[in-house]
Design a protein around this ligand. Sequence first.
Ligand SMILES: C[S@@+](CC[C@H](N)C(=O)[O-])C[C@H]1O[C@@H](n2cnc3c(N)ncnc32)[C@H](O)[C@@H]1O
Length: 215
Amino acid sequence: MTHPRPLPELMHRALFKSVSVLPPRRQAAVLRRYFNWHHRTPDRWRLSTDAYEQHKYATTLQALPERPYARILDVGCSEGAFTHKLAEAYPKASITGVDVSERALNRARAHPGPPGLSFVRADLLSYDHPDDYDLVFCAETLYYLGTDERLRLASARLTRLLSPGGLLVLVHPWPESRRLHGHVGLPLLSHHVEDKTHRPFAVAVYEAEPAPSGR
Ligand SMILES: C[S@@+](CC[C@H](N)C(=O)[O-])C[C@H]1O[C@@H](n2cnc3c(N)ncnc32)[C@H](O)[C@@H]1O
């Protein structure tokens, strides 16, 4: 089945692709300014109330195997609508939401959450941390990266943040997700396509290599 892309979406992708010809640091600076402007009024995408978004969050959480996740990262967390759902689902975990927009993060921080929940301003292409994560999410964000070259860098960065055996969960519109997720070099643990909605999406769960067993 073909899925014709609406014109506003095609224009949106073309705009962000043009930004991605800049060097990564310049691209990050433009995205930071743009998203601070975008977040000038609260919850402009209605991520905390829209029924489609709530269904996507529930579908994403259902895709996770039951494991004792201790450290969780949500990259491109915006105002934390999904990050707070993660905190409800895993109240004992250390959970970090990352976004380029300080304005979005200040709203995320204003919402009460468990002590292990924190929000950090950083760009996806340069975020690093000395500890690794059992679970890394990136939803509705990779299309801002633009070119395939930037997607390759982003996929490598997200993969590097995983602990041995950790899971990378990517959630993006289907079938565009085939391109957006196509640079991840990890084995796919599960892949769910939700196509009975006005805007189909895919939830892809990748698993990092487990630690080599000591002999
Ligand atoms: C559409 S929202 C997705 C929010 C959330 N992941 C969800 O699914 O509900 C995209 C977010 O990605 C952030 N973003 C865009 N490019 C980014 C980048 N290069 N690094 C970090 N965050 C980025 C934006 O600031 C925005 O808040």
